[in-house]
Design a protein around this ligand. Structure first.
Ligand code: BGP
Length: 477
């Protein structure tokens, strides 16, 4: 399997998001995004979300790695590795600084024109996420984020502006990054990053969550419909955080608990994107819990007409579900606990490392959806040490190697159509979860620490040459 080669048009590349690497948070008439009001946390300590930008607080996304001014240098390095594609997002606040303007900001549009031209100069295909945890902060303050139906129009206006402008430069689009991430309501910041929502004491979290999801799904479908009219060649993907849940034991109760967890945290979102309709168990859940949502007949029509072409996924880890409380478990709902899996290792942030889980995930998704799958995030966050001017990151190579091997097994042994693979954070960037710089994923080291000190100088790690060879050989590892 190590020697098997994937088709030559396979989309090898790397992935990032605007707010995690661009910096220049106030350049080019950009507005404040929800990422701009998140302070730095630490390993095991959440980031704070402040009411606007406050003095004496450190906001790591403001400068990030200054890709905003250094992108040419970075793209040259991506080209040297042989990237065939580069996944990034368009910062909504560069195009519509407040989010509710009628007309887009020309300076923001020009920035991405220049960025895409630079990529295309090296034949690197841009792969674009429209909303990656960085919506305008103003939309949160004035409209309550995705609690509000008006957000649909604002998002669609943004999507239309960029799809029209880049119709000859971008072919691959995704609407909402890890749209299902917000299902983990016990992480207070997932409602914020996905939807600009902080749950208020006493409100019914499920009602708020499901309403926001409905508006996002409708907005996604409307953007897809519109995009097909702008350029019929466009390919649209959803983007799901793929964390397959294994039952902790083979007891029927654990099996059922895992099935319910998968239904609520993954397929609910996937079904809306791919089939354009709600799965029956979500309708039942709403009936049983007396949840009533604002869903119109027109929304339903749009949902059906705006189904996606491919499934984008992030895959970092698997999870384990128990129906009963165990040592170390965390309760996520009645009779559903996240438990520890003794068969897999963890990284320094406690994320389960499970390469076989990737093959398992690709099969699950393909068996349900029969669509091509694009692995748009995968990777190892690690503490790197600079030695002799470089980083000897054999642990990262080992992680990626094992995952690519399982991806190839899914392709060759199981017949799963995988379109491409873009490891996360191909250049070191700000962690979304903790705001750290020192949770590093990159092939390229960036000289900056958790406090914001450093020269921002770029250096190739050992994994740089390794990944270059992988791409050159169409996936020999
Ligand atoms: C995904 C996000 C990315 C990214 C990645 C790694 O959830 O789509 O934005 O950051 O996870 O997470 P972290 O940065 O917390 O290590």
């Amino acid at each position: 399997m190590e020697r098997r080669r994937v088709p030559h048009d396979f989309l090898w590349g790397g992935a990032v998001a605007a707010h995690q690497l661009e910096g220049g948070y106030d350049k080019g008439k950009k507005g404040i995004s929800i990422a701009d009001v998140m302070t730095a946390g630490a390993n095991g300590r959440d980031r704070d979300i402040t009411k606007g930008i406050l003095p004496n607080h450190y906001y790591p996304n403001h400068e990030a790695i200054d890709f905003y001014t250094r992108y040419k240098e970075d793209i040259r390095l991506f080209a040297e590795m042989g990237f065939r594609c580069f996944r990034t997002s368009i910062a909504w606040t560069r195009i519509f600084p407040h989010g509710d303007e009628e007309k887009p900001n020309e300076e923001g549009l020009q920035f991405y024109d220049d960025l895409f031209d630079e990529l295309l100069k090296y034949h690197i295909e841009p792969v674009i996420t429209l909303s990656h945890f960085e919506m305008p902060f103003y939309l949160v303050e004035k409209y309550g984020g995705w609690r509000n139906r008006k957000l649909i129009d604002f998002f669609v206006r943004f999507a239309e502006a960029v799809m029209v402008r880049y119709k000859d430069k971008v072919k691959y689009w995704m609407t909402f990054n890890e749209v299902n991430n917000q299902a983990s309501v016990q992480n207070p910041w997932t409602g914020w990053t996905n939807s600009g929502i902080l749950y208020q004491p006493g409100e019914d979290v499920q009602t708020v969550l499901q309403q926001a999801v409905h508006y996002q799904m409708t907005a996604s479908a409307m953007a897809v419909r519109l995009g097909r009219g702008i350029n019929p060649e466009f390919q649209f993907g959803c983007m799901l955080a793929m964390i397959p849940f294994y039952p902790r034991t083979c007891s029927p109760q654990d099996e059922l608990a895992a099935q319910i967890a998968m239904g609520h945290r993954l397929y609910y979102y996937g079904d809306l994107h791919v089939f354009g309709e709600y799965p029956a168990y979500m309708e039942a859940f709403r009936r049983e819990h007396g949840i009533s949502l604002d869903i119109t007949e027109l929304d339903k029509k749009y949902l059906k007409e705006g189904c996606v072409d491919y499934i984008g996924i992030s895959y970092y880890m698997s999870g384990t579900v128990s129906s009963v409380e165990t040592e170390d478990s965390t309760r996520v709902a009645d009779g559903i606990y996240l438990a520890r899996n003794p068969y897999v290792e963890k990284n320094d942030w406690g994320w389960q490392i499970d390469p076989q889980g990737l093959r398992y995930s690709l099969n699950l998704l393909h068996q349900r959806y029969h669509k091509p799958i694009f692995i748009v995030e995968n990777g190892l966050g690690a503490y790197d040490k600079l030695e002799d001017g470089t980083v000897h990151d054999s642990y990262r190579i080992d992680y990626l190697r094992k995952h690519i091997l399982e991806m190839k097994k899914a392709m060759f042994l199981d017949g799963v159509p995988v379109m491409g693979y873009t490891p996360w954070g191909c250049i070191d960037l700000v962690s979304a979860g903790s705001g750290e710089m020192e949770k590093r994923y990159g092939f390229i080291y960036v000289d900056k620490d958790n406090q914001g000190n450093g020269t921002l100088e770029r250096r190739k790690k050992d994994s740089f040459a390794w990944y270059k060879k992988v791409i050159e050989s169409d996936g020999e590892i």
